[in-house]
Write a protein of this length. Sequence first.
Length: 561
Amino acid sequence: MLRAARAALLARSDLRGRDLAVELAAITDAWLRELFGLACGEAVSDVALVAVGGYGRGELAPGSDLDLVLVHRNRADIGRVADAIWYPVWDSGVRLDHAVRSLREVGAAMDSDLRVAVGWLDARTVAGSAALGSEAAQAATAKWDARARQWLPALRDRVADRHGASGDLAFLLEPDLKDSRGGLRDAHLLTALGRLGGAFEPVGTGLERAVRVLTDTRVELQRTTGRPSDRLALQDQDAVAGALGTDADTLMADLADAGREVSWASDQAWRRVARPARRGRRGRRPGTGWVADPIEPGLVVRDGEVTLAYGADPAADPTLALRAAAASVELGLEMSVPLLGALARCASPPERRWPPELLQAFSRLLGAGRMAIPAWETLDHQGVVVSLLPEWEAVRNRPQRNAYHRFTVDRHLLETVAHAATLTRRVDRPDLLLLGALFHDIGKRGVGDHTDAGVALVERLAPRIGLDAEDSRVVTSMVRHHLLLPEVATRRDLDDPATIETVAAAVGDRETLALLGALSEADARATGPSAWTPWKAALLDRLVTRVDAVLAGRPPPTPPP
């Protein structure tokens, strides 16, 4: 019966996404109530069938497990009742995650498994005694409230491990919709964090929309593929987007926005949870108590966070946002919520060419390397990045739908900057290397040749951010030729003098050559494991060495026999 009802629902074109998941949960509820009635009769007071986790929230994706707990009050024949329910579920082909617990065993299970503890926060009674089911749910909630502070370190470690294994949903080209950072697990965990003394405010419309996008996509992914997978692979994106009435590029951009929204909400919730444990610790690091410690003009550290100094005016100091982000990275501290709110309210483009101090603060943040990426994302979430660089809007969340790349365009640019920051000792102008890394794919806007578009953008952008004519020429040249060295190194005869002369003529000088060599490596490392290999590194080094000799007026090294 359930198999046929599910097939009929999955075939309906008028139901999709979360609406389909709700209907699947409803027909499953009705079927389980029939099974329960056959096993126990209509009126029972000592047993309840309780749904937890996603099914407890009243949603059931096509490939989701049925998370069920049969709660009883010392019923002698509970084994028979369980068999009468579990076996038909197994026969239906639906995956089942099941348990049989007494009221006392519910608490013991929460003690031994954090996943169980979190799942019980979304419990609802499907069949049997509503009073017993409610009593079990209330006991589970009370236990969470009493023990959560002890469980939080282990829970946070699990979250960090999950993020490390699955990456950031907002920036991946093949994201895991459930386990990635910013995925559905993080969104659902907000319920648990929200019980800890107001750790999280009620869900806003932005977060609601984000969860809806993620849920809709996950449901349609499992429906179109017929697999219980949560990873949205490249080959499935067109079909899933079509099922949702959109195209793949729009879907991936919407997912990136959703992942960012969930990540932001999750980060804020964890900050509120952790803050009480920070207060009052003094003496090891500036600003870990309530007294404000000045760090630079307009900024102090208070309560373990970088925040505004008294009287500081972000509207009057265009460098404040970038300096605050750089300081947070250098000190290993977060920017405070009041500071971020002030930056968001004052975010506006400079009225003229950037002053030298603003360009210096920009380069300082980029030079912080990989640790600068979260700080950049925080500023981006507040609208600061696009206010400073309107060109960023076109690459923000833009997917790259090929197997060669791992990340969206914006994250690829930041990853390239992070790798470039480790190569700055190889060049005379580290600041230009970082700017070239940030802008090399700025022309990837979905139309036309991205190199030509990038050159046209940077020719206008470079002088506006404060670069002089010569530095603007170098950065523009880096954008124009960012693919030159890798393409020549892997496709041309490096022992042919004509090849070397052609590259030397295009590059023009040794400084630009060194910058392009470092940029090529950083770009490849940021692209993916297949883009930077020992073979490619050796070819690139050989090409740069031979071109450098020509530009220096020396004969190129003799090729090996």
